[in-house]
Structures are given as C-alpha cells and as structure tokens.
Design a protein around this ligand. Structure first.
Ligand code: PLP
Length: 638
C-alpha cells in the first residue's frame, strides 16, 4: 500500500484523530513534542508527565514491554470525583441523607488497587463490596474497621456469614445482602448461635432492564435477586423471628456499563418503590444501594452506544439524588443513605497497557512487468486493462470485474490451468487496482457501501507484543473497544491503515475494531515503523475487569507492571514494580515442575553426547539456553 500524501500535520490533528479529549476523562493529552501525557490536577496547578518518560524509566529498570502502567493519581481522582459529585448533588438539592460509596472488589482485586482505595477513600469513608469469601477477607484486612461499610453480595455459606458477623464486633458495618431465600435460615441460625445481630439487606430483582451488554442482569429472567414473593417471604420470616429491625438496606443492580441515563432513572424509581414498601412493612431501612452500572465512555462519543454513556458523573449523581428525593418525599419517608457500587468508572482510567510493535505485514503490490507477458492468460490481460481504465467514475465497475477475474484465476490455479507465477502476477495486479481505488476514493472522501471493506482488506497487520487473552480479554470475549493509539510520534501524520495482531497463535488474537466518532471503525491509523526505533502503542482505560479475567492462552503470562505517582512538582515516582511471569512461573501454573523439565532436557542432551551428535561444550551451551528461557519473560524480547 502506498503511503498517503504528506500534508502538514500537527499534534492537534492527532489529538482529534485519536479522540483523546473525548475518552480521556481530562486525564490524557498530547504534548507539543507529540507524546501522550498524563495530566494530574494539584492545588498549585496542573502537572503533565509524558508516557514516554515513564517508558524510559521502566526501560532503565529492565522492565520490558508489554507493560501495564498504573497511575495512582487517577484512581484517587476518580474516587474524589464520585464522592464530591454526590456531595454537591446532595447539597444543591437539600437532600437530607448522605452518600456512601463502596468499591466492588471483583472489578480489580489487585492488592495495590484495594490498598489505594482503602487509603485514599478513607477521607470519604469509601467502603468495599465483597462477592465471595476471598473478597470478604480482602475487605476486612484492608479497611480499618471503625464504621467501614462492607457490602456482602453473592451466595453466602455459614463460613462467610460467621466471618461477617464476627467482623461486626470490630466495628465493620458488614451488610448481608440476601440474594436467595436459602441464605436467610443460615443468617438467622448463625446470628443466634454467635449472639450477634446481623445487618441485613435484600437484593430486589428489578423489572427494569437496561441497554448494553449486561442487560440480562435484571428483568424477570435475571439470575440475581429476589422476586416480589420472595421479598415478602423474607419480610414475614424476619417478623416471625422478631428481627425485622435488622433489615436496613435495599439493594439492586441493573448491570454494568449502563449507557443511557434514562435506564438508571427508571431503575432508581423502581428501587424506591421497593424501599417505600419495605418501610411501610415496618423495616427501619436507612440505606438504598443502587449497585454498579455507572458507565465509562470508551468511545468518547457521549452517546447511548453500549461502549459509551450519554451522561456525566455529575449528571448521574444529580439524577439519582433527585429520583430518590422525589419518590420518598411523596410518602414523607426520611431520606436514606445512598450507596453505589461503582467499579468500572472508579478504576478504568487508572491502568493502561503499553506495548511495542515487533513486526508489520504490508499488503503491497510487488514490482511487475509494464505490460502482460506474451502468451499470458487472457484474464491477466483483462486485469491490465482494468488498471489502465480505472477512474473515479468507474471504481465500482472496475472493482466488480477485478474480483471476478481474481476468483476465476484462483479457480484455474486449483485445476492446474494457471501457474504459480501467473497467479502471483494476477494477485499483484489486484492489489494494485485495490490500492488505486482507495486512493481515488480518498480524494473523493466518500466510500460506496460495497467498497467499505476494501480499506480493511488492504490494511497492514501490525504485530503487537501483547496477548489479548491475557491483557484485554473483554476485547476478545465481548467485543469491548478500548481506545488504542501510539503514545509518541504524534506530530507526524500516521500514514498507514492497520489492524493489530497479538503475539498468540490464534486467529482471534487480533484487534480490528477501534473507536471512531459515534461508533467504531475496522482499522487504526498508525505510523510506518522506523528502523532501530521502537514504536509504542497504548491501550487505555483497561483498569476494570481485565486483569484477573485474563488467561494464559498460548502460555503468555502476567505482564510487567509499574505503578507511578505523579508529584506536585511535575516529577514522578515509580512506587511499585512487579515483574511479569517468567516462563517457569507459567509452566508451574499448568502443573509442570521447571526443575523436572530441566532434568529431563539434561538427560536428552546427555544421550546426544553419548551418541556423538553433540560435544560436551555444545551440551553446556544448549542447557544454558534452556535455563535462560525458563527464567525469561514470556513475551517478545528485544
Ligand atoms: N455491584 C454488583 C452487584 C455487580 O454485579 C457489579 C458488576 O457487574 C458491580 C457492582 C460493578 O458494576 P460497575 O463496574 O458497572 O460499576
């Protein structure tokens, strides 16, 4: 493919092309040097740090690509934003309750995430949500205890309940959110046995459903929550055991990544009806928990596309406060503490994956004879003619003919009627015609619908040093789109159209869906590679759900991780570095013992020495290579 014509290109053009200001949440920008910067606000002003400076710092520490970069300030900023937005919405509307945020551990369970949320979130008394026993253990050992709230969702057995009940003695507000009626007898029995009264919540199954990938979370067939009959049954059972006073929280969760604010309002309205009825039943209540769902605008389109959201965090908070207030005021019911379990929005911005490109395949026509060689197949003559006749006014016709001739030649090749050389000439002519069509249409600016796929067909394949299965699993599993762009050379026009292939040997290991205005596009504009210079890309907004959902496909392990804190003077500290899995680590996960492997390989080498195929020094070299590989990083090393 011939590079497009060079025009004056500025960093502003790159900022627009990659839509940095649209998805970046105010945290990312492009510097005059053409590098992506992270922006952090301090009381004394704003500081920007180039991602390339961070990459240089990591390189000096021998931390190779791919590299997961965590920027601690962004996690703090998102926690502050959510809490301050609720505070403001509450103050502006005269709401007579407060806001209590909890972070759902499952969204990113990594120790440093939880520790940072516990530390920074302490000023807002930000709590945690646990959906399993393991997560409860994390919550109880991370939060200080004094009045920290821990929402216990998920299916709870006796051990889970005992731990939650006992933790109440240390001051934790552990709320058992009843997900299924079978949990109630266990809670009643254990609280009697331990002499500790439980703090109970109930999860209602909402009829409201939302747009987006997780819309099966709610609705009649949602697998979570209690039906109206089950709710009434639990209320009656609590009354019977004289424990209705323990019922203090109503929980609901519409699903993650709710793109449309109207769905959030509808869900909050329905939740309020449940809340009002439970108060009328005599439960003290006091907390309304609306779960997660606060979306991230991955596309930056501010729309109700499922990868976006048509509201800001301020608007989300304002609407939630308004709906609860209006609904409850009509019944003179005191305003409850509003709880939300925002995960995605809290952690998405915090992590980004940096990776280098280690190879490229171009789909470019090779040199060919000026005119058809003598005696060549008539179809090849036709392709030469088509190339000669191609103009802006007949692109569609020429395209149709070209595809027809190409397919005929391929058929004839299968039947042995066309030689490899002739087929190769034909394929080259086809590439040349396709490229000419793209160039002609670029001048016109419009692509006829049938030719839309042509750019993708001709796009380069850039081989990225990452495993999508390990680092961006939602990209593969559910078609999640993450903003991806080069982090440097942004003062240069990116002249290539490309898709990205990862390092696994799997045809699903590709990224061919990228953000675009109001939707997605199949190719990404990238720069041509330069000899002896690394080309770095970043996949942004990957802090939520990606890390632990990732898997070991093709035995690519955890990447190197670096945590950075940006300081008020514009410097940055690498606060933590975690080496990615070595090959020996990964083999251990799949039950190989690296020591045994080495021994077996040594036996093989020794046999080769005995058979005279290698010398002893050669044996030593081979064994050293084997041992070095075991200790090495699983990704492409340069
Ligand atoms: N709460 C519950 C019960 C959930 O199931 C989830 C995730 O789906 C969340 C909170 C987090 O949702 P989000 O990441 O959309 O904030």
């Amino acid at each position: 493919m011939t590079p497009r014509k060079k025009q004056t290109w500025t960093t502003e053009d790159s900022t627009k092309l990659y839509r940095v200001h649209d998805w970046g949440g105010g945290y990312f920008d492009v510097s005059d040097q053409g590098e992506v910067t992270v922006k952090v606000r301090f009381p004394s002003g704003e500081q920007r740090v180039s991602l390339m400076d961070i990459v240089a710092g990591a390189n000096q520490r021998d931390l190779q690509m791919p590299l997961l970069l965590r920027i601690e300030n962004l996690l703090d900023a998102q926690i502050a934003l959510l809490n301050e937005s609720f505070r403001q919405a509450i103050a502006e509307r005269g709401y007579r309750g407060t806001y209590q945020g909890v972070y759902p551990i499952k969204v990113n369970q990594q120790r440093q995430v939880i520790e940072e949320i516990a530390k920074f979130g302490a000023r807002y008394n930000h709590g945690l949500e646990a959906g399993s026993k393991a997560e409860l253990i994390v919550a109880l050992s991370s939060l200080p205890g004094n009045d920290s709230i821990v929402i216990c969702n998920g299916y709870k057995d006796e051990e889970f309940i005992d731990l939650g009940l006992r933790a109440r003695k240390l001051g934790y507000r552990c709320v058992f959110v009843i997900e299924t009626p079978t949990e109630l007898p266990i809670i009643l029995e254990r609280s009697k046995a331990l002499g500790i009264r439980p703090f109970i919540g109930m999860r209602a199954k909402l009829a409201t459903t939302a747009g987006g990938h997780w819309n099966k979370t709610s609705g009649d067939r949602g697998i979570f929550g209690l039906t109206t009959t089950q709710l009434i049954g639990i209320v009656d059972a609590l009354k019977e055991h004289d424990m209705l006073d323990c019922l203090q929280l109503l929980h609901c969760h519409l699903g993650s990544q709710i793109p449309n604010i109207r769905d959030i309002r509808q869900a909050a309205m329905e939740a309020c009806r449940y809340y009002i009825n439970l108060v009328q039943e005599g439960a003290p209540m006091g907390y309304i928990d609306l779960g997660g769902g606060l979306a991230v605008d991955y596309l930056g389109s501010k729309s109700n596309n499922i990868q976006s959201r048509n509201y800001t965090i301020d608007e989300y908070c304002a609407d939630v406060v308004e709906v609860i207030m209006e609904s409850l005021d009509a019944h003179q019911i005191p305003h409850p503490i509003i709880v939300t379990e925002s995960g995605r929005s809290t952690v998405a911005y915090y992590s980004l994956l940096l990776f280098n490109i280690f190879d490229v395949t171009h789909f470019e026509p090779a040199a060919r004879p000026e005119s058809p060689p003598e005696g060549e197949n008539p179809l090849i003559h036709n392709l030469y003619d088509t190339l000669g006749r191609l103009t802006q006014s007949n692109v569609q016709h020429c395209y149709n003919n070209t595809v027809y001739y190409r397919d005929e030649i391929r058929e004839m090749f299968k039947r042995g009627q066309v030689s490899l050389r002739s087929r190769s000439l034909a394929e080259n002519l086809v590439l040349e015609i396709f490229q000419r069509i793209i160039d002609l249409l670029d001048q016109e600016g419009e692509m006829p619908p049938e030719l839309k796929g042509l750019r993708e067909q001709m796009a380069d394949i850039y081989y990225g040093n990452l495993s999508i299965f390990q680092s961006l699993p939602d990209c593969w599993a559910i078609g999640q789109v993450f903003p991806i762009m080069p982090i440097h050379r942004l003062a240069e026009k990116p002249s290539r159209d490309a898709i990205i292939a990862d390092i696994t040997c799997d045809s699903d290991g590709r990224i061919d869906n990228f953000i675009d205005a109001y939707g997605t596009r199949r190719t990404l504009s990238l720069h041509p590679l330069k000899e002896n210079e690394e080309y770095y890309l970043g996949a942004f907004l990957v802090g939520a759900y990606q890390e632990t959902l990732g898997d070991l496909h093709n035995l690519f392990g955890d990447t190197n991780v670096v945590s950075v804190r940006i300081n008020e003077d514009g410097s940055f500290d690498i606060t933590r570095e975690t080496e990615g899995d070595s090959i020996a680590d990964i083999l251990g996960y799949v039950q190989y013992n690296p020591k045994d492997l080495l021994e077996r390989f040594r036996d093989n080498a020794e046999r080769a020495v005995r058979a005279g195929s290698i010398s002893v020094p050669e044996r030593q070299d081979i064994l050293k290579t084997f041992e070095d590989s075991l200790r090495g990083y699983s990704y492409y090393e340069t």
